[in-house]
Design a protein around this ligand. Sequence first.
Ligand code: HEM
Length: 471
Amino acid sequence: MSDGSFSLRHGAEAGLPEQSRGTEPAPELSGGWPLVGHLREFQRDPVAMLLRARHEHGDLVRFRLGPRRFVVFVGPEAHDAFFRAPEEQLGAKDVYQFTVPIFGRGVAYDVSPELMDEQLGFLFPALREAALENFVRIMFDEATSLVETLGEEGEIDLPRVMNDLTVKIASRCLIGQEVRDRVDEGFSDAYHDLQNGINTLGFFFPRFPTPAHRSRDRARRQIVDLLSGIMAERRNSGAEPDDFMQSLMQARYQDGRRLSDDEIAGLLLTVLFAGQHTSAVLATWTGLELVREPHYVGRIRAEMQDVYGHSGAVSLAGLTRQAALENAVRECERLHPPLILLVRKVLQPMRYQDHLIPAGTMAVLSPAASHRLADVFADPDAFDPDRFAPPVSEDKQHVYALIGFGGGKHRCMGKRFAYLQLKVIWSALLDRLDLELATPFPAPHYGSWVTGPEEPCRLRYRRRSQAPLTR
Ligand code: HEM
């Protein structure tokens, strides 16, 4: 286990003679083929490959995907070096260029990292305590409305249901009620086309004129028109609801300038893309893990009784007391982090321990592989939420042991929102439904940016006679 220290052993601290400090290339993973390198193994199971790399060579290992050179950082000390590296050394902007046609010009990864920071900073007022209390009500309202559409018993397609639910929650909390009202009138379809704009070709050639990219560009224009219309209505009526759109409409850059409608739309798309699909996928994995642990579900239900009594309403304060559920969500973040790879481009040569990573290399960190290290998490493949309960608290042994929401400068700004959402959804569903797997427990579906389960992925449900949580 890590001792929690942060010895990076760069250069002088490593006590090496001047000329040999950090000059060695990182060791290369075995099994690479001419031309393709490790591509085939990586496509089959990237997590198993990166764990093999750690096992073979330790915290820093080189590999190749076709002509591209990569280096993976595995283990809490290596995560620390990755997350602390300055933007000028490990840059995110180059890697995320594929998002520019989606989010638009002049925002996020199209601008300097300093300006992007300033822009994301405008969103923090929308995540303050009073706003979260309101978001919790919205989340519960949407989750219970979903249950009301179901019969006495039947089957649900879990990924689809979680996707629809989180689109509704995200559109209402992150963008605005007006968008939620239009989810079924074109917004969902346009959002879907925009999501399809994220594909392998788009990663390398974001502006290549394929049919998918043309639909993406059309969908973006549609969404920007919709959002601009809503902003105009708000300005006319003087309405100032408590949401992300309003925070951005009221924000000013340091030089006093207001954000344009296009910039506001771009930033709303940034949070929607960062927060919706990731939430849907983790909500799906959480449900899958819970339904095969009836004993643990019993503990979560007993905890809900303790916190809310026989007819209580879910609240922000109550959710913070649902520790058994919180630990279950944390365990699902560990076992199934939706973003299995975080990638940066090495812009300036970087030293780590005795190694030098040359500029031009792609630096990778894998929450999915790092969460399965037996020297950090005991019995790492087992579902055991109690590993996070005191006195064990395995996640507390190192700041970067559990990294499903990233770390450092680019750490997720929506983690609290996401946890609340997952807890509200599963409180509502476990309160009102008995659930079991209708299809075998799925393997992860690698190959898309956000890693969900292979389909089919269905649950059988039966309505419970007692459902103590009230609206
Ligand atoms: C289960 C849900 C979520 C997961 C697993 C997740 C995960 C992550 C991760 C791993 C990163 C770091 C990416 C990197 O280092 O390259 C990140 C960044 C980010 N997340 Fe989340 N996220 C979730 C939900 C949300 C939500 C709900 C929001 C908005 C309210 C959000 C907004 C963002 C933003 C804006 C960034 C970029 C921060 C930056 O680059 O400075 N995320 N997220």
